[in-house]
Design a protein around this ligand. Structure first.
Ligand code: F6R
Length: 639
């Protein structure tokens, strides 16, 4: 039965949704509900039966439960747990197993009776799986069913490992994982080829029987699937939509995951809005795209028919609104990313003075500079600015093992050719050759191998930056320590990361900083690198005069671009500049053809970069602005 929704604002939402400022607050709220349930049951002398999930989403909830156990006396003695799923085949002791995950994040730190913990067994013989699954269901039933089931959601819309195509009444069973799910898991397994193709999962029917269901999602990465799950039609293509049929479900989201829901994304469709300039710009661009018309051709009728009558009435005539927005977009376009000397800069994104700026481009990995803003990089150099580039991490996890051998062979041959002794080199080389065939997925490389991988990326970065026109002394390698774990999981940011950044900033005293402002992936290296720069700037602010005149521009990495309404500087590229940028990206040979971490995008980095910048240019064109070959986009960050 569909939910009766009395609120206009949430009229597109087919199940209850709670939105929190951030994932921490949301996780604490969910943990509190679990703790309340446990205590209520305790008071009655009953067991609390919990359905638990793995993945990055529930980590904060588990951390808060552990905290409450340690600091507030929350006991788990009366708790029985059933985990949603496990890969198949999977040894419980493997680093990627959900058993390992659950003990690391929860069970290892609380007083739960281990006999009360149930996680599907990934070690069974194939023939034994069906019987085991029936028994799993029966155990839950005999305990009176699940009191509370917590869920994450995969980008396929899966809950548990119920991938698209799962039946609404499915029970615990063996399933085949979706290709996208395997790509998402590939980091944990050191490559997609190592991700199991199967899993054992509770069914949608099993989940449905829980007395309460809480589905959580954080970050922008989840926003599109959340929109489908909450506002879309019920369909086997998005298994989470079946939750719309439940009377006991709630979605708990952070603002980023909720950002594509109608009430946040296009609020004018569901309520009266306070029309600040940002919302106005967003709405007018949305309207133009929605009806496929350039901004200056939008009519009163278009506004009225698409939920924007309020804006037309309050701030019209619409012709004036159109012109205002058109001009705003027009003024973001500049061929002078370092400011245009001797020009009136009142309507330009960057200041004219000083005419020659000290600019620093921070690149989280050794190729983000050219992939994301190679055209602007080259322009800044061509226009005579004092440009520096700083590679924040070594990027040494993303190099293939056989490349290491190739470079070692080169080193040996060269050393031989100048008549030097190669004994040491030869020994290292032999060790590496012996190690690689025995290497387990995600096993950490030796320090020597990590060094070689880092050197490979270093030479490529130098080559790329040199191609863009930089002198060697303007190319900086920071090798920030937080990254140097040899694993995909990095350390937390330390004092040294910030200090190294402060040192470099103090040396250069930039008027302009370019940095990767990628907020989609909360655990990603880009965001960590951005936060380090911010921390450094915060500490320098008020102490050093140059900081007051320093502007921080964000660019986006290979995957996402800013929304058009967010763009504050759009740097057009000519067809010739697109080729120069491509050549700079080509210098990153170890990332060409097939990088170690391609994400879920089969395109090479240079293709992604070109598709993206062409798309940005086309978006401007469609709004009725000048038509360029490509455009790189930036947004200013006020610190
Ligand atoms: C985990 C599970 C999955 C995850 C989902 C989201 O037990 O069954 O459905 O909840 O894949 O994963 P994360 O939280 O890592 O984004």
């Amino acid at each position: 039965m569909a939910r009766l929704n009395l609120l206009e604002e949430t009229r597109y939402e087919k199940l209850p949704v709670s939105v929190y400022n951030n994932q921490h607050e949301a996780s604490v709220a969910v943990a509190n509900r679990i703790a309340d349930l446990i205590r209520t049951k305790q008071a009655k002398g009953e067991k609390a039966v919990l359905g638990l999930a793995t993945g990055v989403t529930p980590i904060g909830v588990y951390a808060e439960l552990v905290r409450q156990h340690k600091e507030a006396g929350l006991s788990f003695k009366n708790v029985i747990t059933f985990n949603l799923d496990e890969y198949y085949p999977m040894k419980p002791t493997a680093a990627q197993s959900y058993v390992t995950f659950m003990y690391e994040n929860l069970f290892g730190h609380i007083d739960i009776d281990k006999a009360n913990v149930h996680i599907p067994d990934g070690t069974l013989d194939k023939d034994a799986v069906a019987g085991y699954c029936l028994a799993y269901e029966k155990q839950i039933e005999e305990l009176g069913g699940l009191d509370l089931q917590i869920l994450g959601i995969g980008r396929t819309g899966h809950i548990g490992f119920n991938e698209p195509g799962s039946a609404p009444n499915s029970g615990t069973r063996m399933v085949t994982l979706d290709d996208l799910t395997r790509s998402d898991a590939s980091r944990d397994f050191g490559g997609k080829a190592n991700v199991p193709t199967k899993a054992i999962t509770m069914g949608i029917g099993t989940i449905f029987k829980a007395r309460e269901i809480i589905l959580m999602a954080w970050s922008k990465k989840k926003a599109p699937i959340i929109k489908k799950a909450v506002e879309g039609e019920i369909s086997g293509e998005v298994p989470a939509t079946y939750l719309q049929l439940s009377q006991h479900v709630e979605f708990v989201l952070d603002e980023a995951a909720a950002s594509e829901l109608t009430r946040f994304d296009t609020p004018w469709l569901v309520k009266d809005c306070v029309w600040d300039s940002q919302l106005k710009k967003k709405a007018v661009i949305w309207l133009a795209n929605e009806i496929n018309k350039p901004v200056l051709k939008l009519t009163e009728e278009d506004y009225n028919n698409h939920g924007m009558a309020q804006l037309a009435v309050e701030q019209g005539p619409v012709y004036n609104i159109n012109i205002d927005i058109f001009n705003q977009i027009q003024h973001t376009i500049t061929g002078w990313p370092g400011g245009k000397p001797d020009a009136d800069d009142s309507q330009r994104p960057e200041r004219a003075l000083p005419a020659k700026k000290r600019s620093i481009i921070f690149s989280p990995h050794p190729d983000d500079d050219v992939i994301s803003m190679g055209g602007t990089f080259i322009r800044l150099v061509d226009q005579g600015h004092d440009v520096h580039v700083a590679y924040q991490t070594s990027g040494n996890t993303a190099v293939w093992d056989d490349d290491v051998l190739r470079y070692m062979e080169f080193a040996i041959d060269f050393t031989n050719s100048i008549g030097e002794d190669t004994t040491h080199l030869q020994k290292s080389y032999e060790d590496m050759r012996a190690f690689f065939p025995t290497k387990q997925p995600n096993e950490i490389d030796t320090q020597e191998i990590r060094n070689v991988k880092g050197f490979i990326r270093k030479t490529e970065a130098i080559s790329g930056a040199r191609y863009a026109g930089l002198q060697d002394d303007h190319i900086h390698f920071m090798a920030l320590p937080f990254y140097e774990t040899g694993k995909t999981k990095k350390n937390s940011v330390g004092e040294e990361d910030i200090q190294l950044t402060i040192d470099l900033l103090q040396k250069i005293k930039p008027q302009q900083i370019f940095a990767a402002g990628d907020f989609a992936d909360p655990n990603g290296t880009h965001l960590v690198c951005f936060k380090i720069i911010l921390a450094a700037l915060e500490r320098l602010k008020g102490k050093e005069a140059w900081v007051e005149d320093c502007w921080l521009w964000m660019y986006r990495g290979a995957w996402h671009e800013f929304e058009t309404y967010e763009i504050e500087m759009a740097v057009p590229l000519s067809p010739q500049e697109v080729i120069r940028k491509r050549n700079a990206i080509f210098k990153h040979q170890s990332q060409k053809d097939r990088p170690v971490f391609p994400g879920d995008d089969a395109r090479e980095f240079w293709v992604r970069a070109e598709d993206r910048t062409r798309d940005t240019a086309q978006r401007y064109d469609r709004l009725g602005l000048a038509e360029y070959e490509a455009m790189e986009a930036f947004k200013r960050y006020m610190f």
